[in-house]
Design a protein around this ligand. Structure first.
Ligand code: LLP
Length: 404
């Protein structure tokens, strides 16, 4: 996003004009930002050309998935719905991995029928179920095993997944048993060791540690994995002050690992591909002033973007028209929903705002729309894709008749 003559733009489009034409709240995505993110992700790991499976849970918009497919990415899915959407977007099932601790019989059956790249299993019970379904179909199914490396990702506890107290993956002992089980099964073709230690990771050291754990366990089981799926989790900067993840160091650690183990690397990035691609624009419905604060009541609420309410996550808010005058009181951006946690941000010395002004909530491309709901029976926002001077509606605003 960029200010030109004090007006905020995505690519060549003025956000105030978008609000006028398409209404608010509206999710706006920048095509060129998406393109740049994918190129730089590929560049960071170019030396071993990994298979990059976009984590569909971070953004499920069909049109965006089609664009992501055009850049050559596959998909990481965690439900039948996501698998169906990825296939609908034209993503080759041979580039789709299926993760998740609770795949149902019908989900496993569907994935087997679609002949996806890998079903990454997370427990003994699941592997037995996959085995049974594969046997009934007289098929040999490609599977991965998700290891819980007991590694602290040093991120928010709610989005940590790789410690032993987390439900994800299996511990070393079970992993070894699972490898044995797979070797003895006629219907399972064990191809992958997978891990995913958490999300919004900004420090490369947990990744380094995770690779050491994988290295150790591979030596122990003495099995050649075709693929090592390192998951996603690469963090982005939600504030100017955040220090970036050191991709160079992560890359070095992987290359060192690959010198010993000749496997193909798979990544499952979500946020690092789509996070800063999206902006949520919203209109100020009312301004309510008390002694200490000005409450800026927006037409976007926690049903449209739940990250601040759910994780205390920070999303910067900026005006779409810049003004000089600042207010002394605290400016608190809140939604219209009947919950005290329906609050986006409190800022000191924000510029003066008026009712009907449009503001922009930044970096909401990942886990924004995909976590939205109809809470308070509010329709879901419209989604728009901006490329240069072109705007495309990529999901219509929900109508009341869609659910009433
Ligand atoms: N692979 C697996 C198995 C995952 O569970 C996830 C995310 C990813 C890949 C993608 O991770 P990413 O590259 O996007 O960090 N709702 C939370 C984030 C939850 C992430 C869940 N798993 C948030 O809004 O921050």
């Amino acid at each position: 996003m960029i200010y030109i003559n004090k007006k905020l733009r995505i690519e060549n489009i003025n956000l105030v004009n978008i609000a006028k034409k398409y209404g608010t709240p509206a999710y706006c995505y920048s095509y060129n930002q998406l393109k740049d993110n994918i190129s730089s992700f590929k560049r960071n790991f170019a030396s071993f050309s990994p298979i990059i499976c976009f984590a569909v849970k971070s953004n499920t918009n069909l049109r965006l998935l089609k664009e992501i497919k055009k850049f050559g990415l596959g998909a990481d899915v965690v439900s039948q719905g996501e698998l169906m959407m990825a296939i609908k977007a034209g993503i080759n099932p041979k580039k789709i991995v299926f993760s998740g601790v609770g795949k149902s019989t019908s989900e496993i059956t569907y994935a087997i029928d679609k002949r996806i790249l890998l079903l990454n299993a997370e427990s003994m019970s699941e592997i037995k179920k996959i085995d049974k379904i594969a046997r009934s179909k007289n098929r040999k199914v490609k599977v991965g095993l998700r290891l819980n490396p007991n590694t602290d990702a040093k991120t928010l506890s709610q989005i940590s997944t790789g410690k032993k107290e987390n439900k994800f993956g299996v511990n070393e002992k079970t992993f070894i048993e699972l490898v044995k089980y797979c070797k003895n099964s006629k219907n399972l073709d064990l191809q992958c060791l997978s891990v995913h230690i958490g999300s919004q990771i900004l420090n490369y050291r947990p990744y380094e540690k995770m690779l050491k754990v994988i290295d150790k366990i591979i030596s122990k089981v003495n099995y050649k994995f075709e693929f090592i799926d390192l998951g996603g989790g690469m963090g982005i900067s939600y504030t100017d002050k955040t220090k970036q993840l050191n991709y160079r160091k992560y890359n070095i650690a992987i290359k060192k690992f690959l010198k010993k183990h000749n496997s193909k690397i798979i990544f499952e990035p979500g946020r690092s591909i789509i996070g800063n691609v999206g902006t949520l624009i919203s209109r100020i419905i009312y301004i309510k002033r008390n002694e200490k604060k000005n409450f800026i009541i927006l037409d976007a609420g926690m049903n449209d973007l739940i990250r601040p309410a759910l994780y205390g996550a920070f999303h910067n808010i900026v005006p779409t028209i810049r003004k000089q005058r600042k207010v002394k009181k605290i400016t608190e951006f809140v939604g219209p929903i009947c919950e005290s946690t329906d609050k986006f941000l409190s800022l000191k010395k924000f510029q003066e705002l008026n009712e009907n002004d449009i503001i922009a909530i930044c970096d909401v491309g990942a886990y924004g729309m995909s976590l939205s709901s109809n809470y308070n029976l509010r329709p879901k926002p419209i989604e728009l894709l901006i490329e240069g001077s072109k705007i495309k509606v990529i999901r219509k605003r929900q109508k009341y008749t869609d659910f009433i």
